[in-house]
Design a protein around this ligand. Structure first.
Ligand code: ADP
Ligand code: GN1
Ligand code: MG
Length: 369
């Protein structure tokens, strides 16, 4: 079967070393970047579901380097969990299924890169946070993930998207898009553009701290939105961090910042009723608690002090990226309606406002704990 995206995922699934009869491959999940399919296999004694993904090579220009990173990260995380005697290690980290040729990824006739993972059963990625327990679990999991990768052997990981969280570069790109206004859309986003321009002076804080060495570079996830960690369906505990495409050198502030963006508001990322969008303090408290629990061993005082600001910065940065994509004609993020990217930008900026209003209280909380 060929999907709307034009790929015969079922045929591709047959390129992987799956035990049993492959019965279907259907679109799955709500990611904005890759094409994800759930593959069902008629059990022949083994696992019966898998995740098949086509890497979006317009976004990830060097997919082979990306897969080399993913292979290293998965192998290291799994080995460490096993070594630590984790009984549920098979569910706690992504594991690649090799191709029939024994490779970690498959290249199809059109040059697309495909990979296949074990399906993490009994756990779900949530688009919207429902309870402080979920926020706590997500932050604890991403912190534990950073901790697990702190001793990754084999040298620096590839930068799968160079300057991914370089907020000043993101800002410059936005200014370029605005100057060109190639699709005549700027007129429809006057307040959002003014909002962005008014915050130019804050965009350099984290990249400058990295540059002058006041905070360290670490191996970070860089895309820690809530739905990139699967939570146990029964206990709500964090089970497995997924979406490893952007695992690369970065700052822990990028990871904590995106947790604030995606795990404190009761509204979806693309909510159009802005009255529903706000930073809920109990969720932030839960994030801080969970995150510090798993990172206390290595986090520096300067990193801790910047956690609240990181929430504001990364929410602003992603809002800026949505607004830029809107101005550039929706070439990057998948959209489901014409104003989707503009709606997403508005939601992010509303959340930035809410964070700004509570920043002193957020900083006081972090200083206290
Ligand atoms: P994207 O980069 O497009 O966000 P993801 O890697 O996050 O792609 O995958 C998209 C969705 O597929 C996830 O949000 C999650 O719901 C689901 N998913 C991905 N990998 C697995 C897995 N190994 N087991 C179960 N579900 C998965
Ligand atoms: C994308 O892949 P996904 O959907 O988890 C994006 C993130 C954004 C996010 C916004 C590689 O994440 O940077 O923060 O959308 N990933 C990439 O929802 O650009
Ligand atoms: Mg994802």
């Amino acid at each position: 079967m060929t999907t709307a995206a034009g790929h015969d995922a079922l045929a591709i699934a047959h390129q992987f070393a799956l035990v049993g009869e492959i019965v279907s491959a259907s679109p799955y999940g709500s990611g904005h970047i890759n094409d994800t399919y759930k593959v069902d296999v008629k059990p022949a004694g083994g696992p019966s579901r898998f995740v098949l993904q086509r890497i979006n090579h317009n976004v990830f220009r060097r997919p082979d380097e990306l897969m080399a990173n993913v292979e290293r990260v998965c192998a290291h995380a799994f080995a460490k969990l096993k070594e630590a005697g984790e009984p549920d290690a098979e569910r706690r980290t992504l594991r690649l299924i090799p191709t029939l040729e024994g490779k970690a990824w498959h290249i199809d006739a059109a040059g697309n890169r495909w990979r296949c993972y074990h399906f993490i059963e009994g756990a779900t990625g949530h688009d919207v946070v429902r309870s402080p327990e979920q926020a706590y679990a997500a932050a604890k999991s991403f912190g534990a993930f950073q901790s697990l990768l702190a001793d990754l052997p084999g040298g620096r990981l590839h930068e799968t998207i160079p300057d991914f969280h370089h907020t000043p570069f993101r800002f410059a790109r936005f200014q370029q898009a605005l100057a060109h206004d190639a699709h005549g859309r700027a007129a429809a986003a006057v307040p959002e553009i003014a909002f962005a321009l008014a915050r130019a002076h804050e965009v350099s804080v984290v990249v400058e701290a990295l540059r002058d060495g006041t905070i360290p570079e670490r191996v970070t996830h860089n895309d820690t939105k809530l739905n990139n960690v699967l939570l146990d369906d029964i206990t709500q505990e964090g089970v497995c961090v997924i979406d490893l495409d952007t695992v690369m050198p970065g700052s822990v502030l990028y990871d904590f910042g995106d947790l604030v963006r995606t795990s404190t508001s009761p509204a979806a990322e693309d909510e159009t009723d802005l009255a529903k969008v706000r930073m809920q303090f109990p969720m932030f408290e839960a994030l801080v608690k969970g995150y510090l629990e798993s990172t206390r061993g290595f986090l520096t005082p300067r990193e801790s002090a910047l956690l609240p600001f990181a929430g504001k910065l990364i929410t602003f940065e992603i809002g800026l990226r949505f607004l830029t994509d809107w101005l550039e004609g929706d070439t990057y993020f998948k959209i489901k309606r014409p104003t989707h990217n503009l709606d997403r930008a508005r939601t992010q900026f509303k959340l930035v406002e809410s964070i700004e209003a509570q920043l002193p209280a957020m900083q006081a909380l972090v200083a206290r704990v």
